[in-house]
Design a protein around this ligand. Structure first.
Ligand SMILES: O=C(O)CCC(=O)C(=O)O
Ligand SMILES: [Fe+2]
Length: 291
């Protein structure tokens, strides 16, 4: 099991960032650690979503929210229109097909290379204990932090009126850490396992887009909460933020391949810029396939 590795001494200092009394990541093989992993696995199996309230310490929340506020003016702001599959329009499909339903998304991203190396969230991202914990919860091993300097851990910046409409994620799982909640709105809504590799369930997707609420669950992620989410099968969105307080969510990326770096095009498309590393990496494919 991925969590059987001994903990490096440096990881003990994670107690400054993570509430280790509630979430004993320093002792995953102990009784509390094993119970925590079992609880997370159950939530992921049943609901595709594991919500750990108060994962960060109060001091880490205060530092992280202040950091996000200070960096927010440098966020890359973007407004796009997309369908739930994040694919281009296909006029050969009937107008009522969900792939033809486009909604506007507007938000900003604080790119990872702006986040100080000594911040709570970067230290957490680089911790072997955190990677081992997530790997154990997801039952996927090994997983690696991304090597992309811009996209490895963006902080989403969602201001008044901004919405992240219904979609499925391209990646199998997503980890988020809420740094600041909205005063109102900014709710994470999801429909667990609405589709599967065997069944796209276009009718079910259509009904949610038409406003059917029966299967929709709602989470008000508060500052300090950690979420593990299987977004490839569960349709989800973030409702419009209300009030003057910006919603900040960090999205640290763990992936199945080591040393992953986006292509120049993906980096510019998603985050507005590419670095020297992206240009060097674009000269070669990571798996030999055309990208
Ligand atoms: O902001 C959130 O809580 C989740 C955003 C989301 O669904 C995504 O980044 O794919
Ligand atoms: Fe998503």
């Amino acid at each position: 099991m991925a969590n059987s590795q001994p903990l490096s001494a440096a990881d003990w200092s994670l107690g400054q960032s993570i509430d280790l009394d509630r979430y004993p990541l320093h002792d995953l093989d102990g009784v509390g650690g094993r119970a925590l992993i079992a609880r997370c696995r159950e939530a992921l199996h049943d609901d595709g979503c594991c919500h750990l309230e108060g994962f960060l310490t109060e001091a880490a929340v205060a530092r992280s929210a202040a950091m996000a506020e200070a960096l927010a003016p440098q966020a890359f702001r973007n407004t796009t229109r997309h369908n739930v599959y994040i694919t281009p329009d296909d006029p050969s499909l009937p107008a009522e097909h969900p792939a033809r339903h486009f909604q506007t998304r507007s938000q900003g991203f604080i790119c990872a290379d702006l986040i100080p190396a000594d911040s709570d969230i970067v230290r957490l991202y680089e911790s072997e204990a955190v990677t081992a914990f997530l790997s154990a919860c997801l039952e996927i091993a090994p997983i690696y932090p991304s090597a992309d300097p811009v996209a490895c851990m963006p902080i989403s910046v969602q201001r008044t009126g901004e919405v992240f409409p219904w979609h499925f994620d391209g990646n199998e799982f997503t980890i988020t850490i809420a740094l600041q909640g909205a005063e109102g709105g900014g709710l994470f809504e999801y429909v667990p396992n609405l589709r599967s590799p065997e069944d796209e369930n276009y009718d079910g997707v259509r009904r949610v887009l038409d406003g059917e609420r029966g299967l929709v669950r709602q989470l008000d992620l508060r500052a300090g909460d950690l979420q593990i989410f299987l977004g490839r099968y569960s349709l989800h969105r973030v409702t419009a933020v209300e009030g003057a307080t910006t919603r900040f969510i960090a999205a640290p990326a763990w992936i199945r391949v080591p040393n992953y770096v986006n292509t120049v095009e993906r980096s510019i498309d998603g985050y507005g810029r590419a670095t020297e590393l992206h240009y060097r990496r674009s000269a070669q494919s990571h798996d030999g396939l055309r990208e």
